[in-house]
Design a protein around this ligand. Structure first.
Ligand SMILES: Cc1ncc(COP(=O)(O)O)c(C=O)c1O
Length: 424
């Protein structure tokens, strides 16, 4: 079945055969088929859809070998990808050259964290109120999150995450055999009362996005951080992971939760502000989590290239690069707030307190996405991000031009009020 999904024979959403029928066809015990389905579920290939049986996940963890990215038709503006604007990122050639020079000769047996990177991380995380005595370096947010989860959890454990959530995170949890516990959020981040309920239902870990939440742009406010900390103070054994992926360009200050439980990690990727191709994220955490993670990492990639770590340290110390990043943050904030204001003037409530995206609630995603596409705008349907939450559109503002704000707001207002011919 996994091969059939990889080959594209079994497509996303396809129903798989009922256990008894497949067992009869193959001449095996139904328990054997049930066990195989369980493994497929734990590998993130299929999901159980209640009485509707078992289906191939909409984004199965088994990737078809020839999968090509979705093509945006010619002449359509792509505001669907969630990525930072390449034109607002620092150039990497010189930092990489200097990083390689600084790291020359380093390799096996050397400290897995470059001293310059550690010093920079301690200074910035410390200034943001994140205890940063214990650090590790990973290849990306998801690499860090996966490693932290594997230090503490087992397949079948429940993990509370925001709903709607970053689709890749949902896919990762499925691939690790972890059970998602969706928690509502508002503009100020994950709701504390809903987190409490999720923990009461047995969630063993919680993953929060500090700011620039994907897809809604929510950011944890100081008040909300206090309320979440209060809830977590009664669950000291819960694993807390903070994803601060857009730190320098989020447009709002960090209200940290780090240290609210005994096991925690604060993950700060350099992708959004400094460059996605650096593939580097720094984590701070409690000593046990960080020690276990680094020990396990040693038995895998070993370490993140010292040359890249040094290059990131060079970027962090470079005045011109800092200026570019501050400029990017201003630019994103300007575009986000301009689009939100234009939508509000048109009577369309939308969200986007921070980061690269805004979220527009709609009644029918398919109709709204199609309507916008017809007007030359590609945006992401909320279904990619939603678990139990209501429909919406994610619009990435990163590459928007100021002159496009009003036409986009007009098209979005039309799309948001459109209702499908089926009367959804
Ligand atoms: C919520 C969230 N966290 C983190 C990231 C960055 O991930 P990475 O560090 O793997 O580039 C993204 C990228 O889109 C994201 O949306």
């Amino acid at each position: 079945m996994e091969q059939a999904v990889a080959a594209g024979v079994l497509e996303p959403g396809a129903t798989v055969e009922p256990i008894r029928r497949l067992a009869a066809e193959l001449g095996v015990n139904p328990n054997t088929v049930a066990a195989a389905y369980r493994m497929l579920r734990e590998r993130g290939v299929v999901q159980t859809a209640g009485r509707r049986g078992t289906r191939v996940r909409s984004r199965p963890a088994t990737v078809p070998l020839d999968r090509t990215p979705l093509e945006v038709p010619a002449g359509v503006r792509d505001l669907a990808d969630g990525r930072p604007a390449a034109s607002l990122l620092p150039r990497l050639a010189e930092p990489l050259r200097r990083g390689a020079t600084a790291a020359a000769g380093r390799g096996y047996g050397d400290d897995d964290i470059a001293a310059a990177l550690a010093a920079g991380a301690r200074a910035t995380l410390g200034a943001d109120g994140v205890p940063a005595q214990h650090l590790a370096v990973a290849h990306s947010t998801l690499d860090a999150v996966e490693r932290v989860l594997q230090v503490h959890l087992r397949p079948g454990d429940r993990v509370a995450i925001e709903d709607p959530a970053w689709a890749n995170l949902v896919d990762l949890l499925a691939a690790l055999g972890l059970v998602v516990e969706p928690v509502c959020l508002d503009d100020d981040g994950m709701r504390a009362d809903r987190l409490q309920a999720a923990l009461a239902r047995g969630a063993r870990a919680v993953i929060v996005t500090s700011r620039a939440q994907v897809p809604t742009g929510a950011a944890i406010s100081p008040d909300r951080a206090g309320a979440l900390r209060h809830v977590l103070s009664h669950h000291r054994d819960v694993l807390l992971i903070e994803d601060d992926h857009a730190a320098e360009i989020a447009g709002v200050n960090l209200a940290p939760l780090a240290g609210a439980t005994g096991s925690w990690a604060h993950v700060r990727s350099v992708s959004k502000a400094w460059g996605p191709d650096l593939r580097l994220a720094v984590l701070a955490g409690d000593p046990t989590t960080i020690d276990r993670l680094r020990a396990r990492q040693r038995l895998g990639p070993g370490w993140v290239s010292h040359a890249v770590q040094e290059a990131v340290a060079v970027l962090w110390h470079s005045q011109p690069a800092q200026t570019l990043v501050r400029n990017a943050e201003r630019e994103y904030t300007k575009l986000r707030t301009a689009l939100l204001a234009a939508l509000s003037q048109r009577g369309v409530p939308a969200h986007g307190r921070s980061g690269l995206n805004i979220w527009v609630p709609v009644r029918d995603e398919t109709t709204a996405v199609t309507s916008l596409l017809g007007n030359g705008w590609a945006v992401a349907a909320g279904s990619r991000f939603r678990l139990a939450s209501s429909p919406g559109l994610r619009i990435t503002i990163a590459t928007l031009r100021a002159s496009e704000v009003l036409p986009l707001a007009d098209a979005t207002a039309r799309a948001a009020s459109s209702v499908s011919s089926r009367g959804v």
